[in-house]
Design a protein around this ligand. Structure first.
Ligand code: DI6
Ligand code: FE
Length: 400
């Protein structure tokens, strides 16, 4: 198809912010002009000026904004299948740790990997997401915990975008875990903050993340990382209230974070703070499922307060080895009782906000022509199927 053309014979789920639902237009037409959307509406009202453009009939298919996976750790070395198996054979946490398991085993494997190793293991993960209609992937560092490896992870993340038709946004997650043999404050001062400065100087950082948790960093330590982000002019986001309530969500809101992620233990008060700050709550059902968490995030409080909700894979080798954003949508519905319309908003419009990209996630005039064309008629089918991928085609900036 020429770059400027009219798509017809389709149902459009525009995900327009003016609607609570899908912003559905039956018998729609979408006009693409180069890499942008020029017009969308009922085909019957297509303006005269577009009538001579080449047409593509989509034969009744559904078109949505391309999906956005707004929280992943897809650049990492090794995997943790061995420890998964040990645990299911009854090994204790200690035994797993003694056998080199846990997050530190991923740090060891990521430090040992070359840039090329990390790139070639991450590319199939990117491909799996693209095959589900994903156009934007957020990728975090955080398995280096030393300056050199944090930079290496982010360089690899940037390279993904050169090797595949996808947009990558990076988050510096130096404050992910405390390396063995060091205390958290020393780590923040001597490694995390200098690594952030160096990564920023190389143009590798789009946002700054942290893991605010009893087993990681407290709010005062994260605040120091966020202060540095602020001086560098970088937006922040936070893994908050995943395993316990220690104030990460309120801290994220206080810093005007793009997103607060996990948020299982967030309260109604936290929800009000997120709403006031315009911070997106990102739910990660893959991690909830993998670690047998029982407390679901407070979706009703988010709805009551008007907090925008997003859904992501959290694809990582430990708590969420999940390579499907469509499965994350299904799990958000079944495990958290999210509605299918909320799940789709959570991987389009609200995910775009969570990664700070105002030019995608909605089908509207002037937005990028990042679109997913599906072999379904009803948008609820995207969340309803388990392990079913109905993608017909994906456009990135108007290109297949
Ligand atoms: N929360 C998580 O669920 C992952 N990181 C985080 O901050 C766990 C990462 C891992 O186990 O490798
Ligand atoms: Fe995560």
């Amino acid at each position: 198809m020429p770059r400027s053309h009219v798509m017809t014979g389709l149902t459009a789920a525009t995900m327009s912010p003016d609607t609570q639902g899908y912003g559905l237009i039956q018998d729609a037409a979408i006009v693409l002009s180069e890499d942008l959307i020029d017009w969308v509406g009922p085909a019957a009202t297509l303006p005269e000026r577009y009538r001579e453009l080449p047409r593509q009939n989509l034969e009744g298919r559904l078109v949505t904004p391309a999906l956005i996976d707004c929280h992943t750790h897809i650049v990492h070395g090794g995997n943790r299948a061995r420890e998964f198996e040990m645990r299911l054979n009854g090994a204790s946490y200690e035994e797993v740790a003694r056998a080199g398991g846990g997050i530190i085993s991923t740090v060891t494997a990521t430090r040992a990997a070359t840039e090329n190793d990390l790139l070639s293991s991450a590319l199939p993960r990117v491909d799996a997401l693209i095959a589900e209609g994903v156009s934007v992937i957020e990728v975090k560092s955080g398995y280096g915990l030393d300056i050199e490896t944090e930079l290496k992870m982010l360089r690899v993340a940037r390279k993904l975008e050169q090797q595949r038709p996808v947009r990558i946004v990076t988050s510096f997650l130096g404050a992910h875990a405390v390396p063995t043999g060091m205390d958290a404050d020393t780590y923040i001062d001597t490694i995390c903050l200098p690594a952030l400065e160096a990564a920023h100087a190389e143009g590798l950082v789009d946002a700054v993340d942290g893991f605010c948790e009893g087993i990681a960093f407290d709010t005062a330590q994260i605040a120091r990382v966020f202060d540095k982000a602020r001086t560098l002019g970088l937006p922040v986001k936070l893994h908050a209230e995943q395993l316990s309530h220690i104030g990460g969500t309120a801290l994220a809101a206080q810093y005007g974070a793009l997103s607060a992620d996990h948020v299982e233990y967030a309260t109604a008060e936290d929800a009000a703070a997120l709403a006031a700050a315009g911070t997106v709550a990102v739910v990660l059902p893959g991690a909830f499922y993998t670690i047998h968490e029982t407390q679901a995030p407070p979706l009703q409080a988010f709805r009551d307060q008007g907090v925008a909700m997003a859904v992501a894979t959290d694809w990582n080798p430990g708590s969420s080895p999940m390579g499907s954003l469509l499965l994350a949508m299904n799990m958000a519905c079944t495990l958290f009782r999210m509605t299918p319309a909320e799940a789709l908003a959570g991987t389009t419009r609200n995910a775009a906000r969570a990664v700070g990209l105002p030019d995608c996630g909605v089908i509207a005039k002037g937005m990028r022509a990042d679109l997913a064309i599906w072999n379904v008629r009803d948008p609820a089918e995207l969340s309803y199927g388990i392990g079913i991928n109905p993608l017909h085609a994906r456009l990135l900036g108007g290109k297949t």
